[in-house]
Design a protein around this ligand. Structure first.
Ligand SMILES: Cc1cc2nc3c(=O)[nH]c(=O)nc-3n(C[C@H](O)[C@H](O)[C@H](O)COP(=O)(O)OP(=O)(O)OC[C@H]3O[C@@H](n4cnc5c(N)ncnc54)[C@H](O)[C@@H]3O)c2cc1C
Length: 374
């Protein structure tokens, strides 16, 4: 369990702030936005209810080229040239055209935060921001309510994860929302393979995983159906792998892309549904859309475009990816319907080299690391 560093009680003083850019959420998406604003001279405030890197939100596996592109290799724990997919009727070893890496969440957040120039405060964001009248300028236009006071900012980013706290309308809560659920344990141990189980004995629609990370192994189960509880299968998968079910960590995972702008606010990462359906890979997409969002904001700060133009451009950028997310959602819905007698042979057949190269290169292209190039 991470130690709780966040200030509590009397140490948590009220504050009020006025800034150019307010970034709500200091995880992958929020810190990527902040990175792009370094050097613009903007006054940037980042808030999160926890200290940066305090709460790990995932199994922390990412295509290695993304760690390289973002200069985050210092957080890498292990790298894998193969993905091993198990089904009850066969195992396929997928030789990847690029490798996956596991990383340390706290270290990655620290490295990413160091690339930005911002003030950080722990605060819980409570409410919707109210859009002000200055649609075309950079003067303060929005107010965000937190448990420590109100913050006014010309540009506001919601990178708060699946709750989409600053979205309009009543938040749709699980299990009715387009959310998957994931839970994992982090026992000490080691391993050489990045492994996935597509096995209805564990989860009717979803998959299990075991991701080694030099000294610990992240073992979990994700269900595309939010009504299906994943604790028992997570514990069972850990037991089947002879691992201790220790160090629980879980969350909801959005599997449908949403509007990336609303009421003058920018949404990036899980808050915009930028997590890929089927694979539940949401780290590189949070970085990707965070970088895209940050670039639009930087152009507002430096006077190259208005806030309204940035909203329109970023919204269109995100929407241009909708077909890829919807396509993956269709596959996510299809796989649970494939009969087990077909699934096993398919898992093996699809591991042929040409298909793996073709499919994984297309998969990486959805949010390609070359986007980060200076
Ligand atoms: C069990 C599990 C395993 C996963 N494994 C992987 C994986 O291996 N690879 C991968 O690519 N994806 C994985 N994912 C998905 C991935 O974790 C998310 O897509 C990713 O974290 C999204 O990043 P984000 O920055 O948008 O949001 P988050 O990482 O969820 O960050 C949101 C931030 O906002 C803060 N916050 C939330 N609400 C408030 C509030 N009201 N006030 C203030 N702060 C607030 C949180 O503290 C947090 O720091 C996994 C998900 C789960 C649940």
């Amino acid at each position: 369990m991470p130690t709780r560093a966040t200030r509590r009680g009397s140490e948590r003083q009220p504050f009020q702030a006025d800034c150019d850019v307010l970034i709500c959420g200091a995880s992958f998406a929020g810190l990527a936005v902040a990175r792009e604003l370094a050097g613009t001279g903007a006054s940037v405030l980042v808030v999160d209810r926890y200290e940066i890197g305090e709460r790990q939100t995932s199994a922390c596996a990412i295509p290695t080229p993304w760690l390289e592109a973002m200069q985050l290799m210092g957080s890498q724990r292990q790298s894998f040239d193969e993905l091993v997919i198990h089904s009850p009727r066969g195992t396929g070893r997928y030789r990847l055209p690029w490798s996956f890496s596991t990383f340390d969440y706290r270290e990655l957040c620290a490295l990413l935060a160091a690339q930005g120039r911002f003030r950080f405060e722990t605060a819980k964001v409570d409410g919707a921001a109210t859009a002000g009248p200055a649609a075309g300028g950079t003067r303060p236009a929005s107010t965000v309510h937190t448990d420590r006071g109100d913050i006014r900012a010309a540009l506001v980013v919601d990178a708060l994860g699946w709750r989409r706290v600053l979205g309009s309308g009543a938040p749709i809560q699980p299990p009715d929302a387009y959310l998957s659920r994931g839970l994992e344990v982090h026992p000490h141990g080691s391993g050489d393979d990045l492994e996935v189980w597509i096995d209805r004995d564990y989860v009717p629609a979803g998959y299990g995983w075991s991701f080694p990370a030099a000294g610990e192994v992240r073992v979990g189960v994700g269900s595309f159906d939010p009504r299906f509880h994943v604790k028992e299968p997570t514990v069972r998968l850990a037991r089947d792998l002879d691992r201790e079910a220790a160090g629980y960590q879980g969350n909801w995972i959005p599997h449908r892309i949403q509007e990336a702008t609303e009421r003058g606010i920018f949404f990036a990462g899980d808050s915009a549904g930028h997590c890929l359906p089927l694979t539940a890979e949401g780290i590189r997409t949070a970085l990707y859309f965070g970088v895209a969002c940050g670039r639009e904001l930087a152009d507002v700060i430096t006077g190259r475009q208005t806030r309204a133009a940035a909203l329109a451009r970023y919204g269109a950028f995100s929407a241009a990816h909708r077909w890829q997310f919807e396509w993956m959602l269709r596959v996510q819905r299809l796989i649970p319907r494939v009969p087990p007698r077909v699934l096993g042979p398919a898992v093996i057949a699809l591991s042929n080299r040409r298909f793996v190269r073709w499919s994984f290169d297309h998969y990486l292209a959805i949010a390609h690391p070359s986007f980060v190039a200076p």
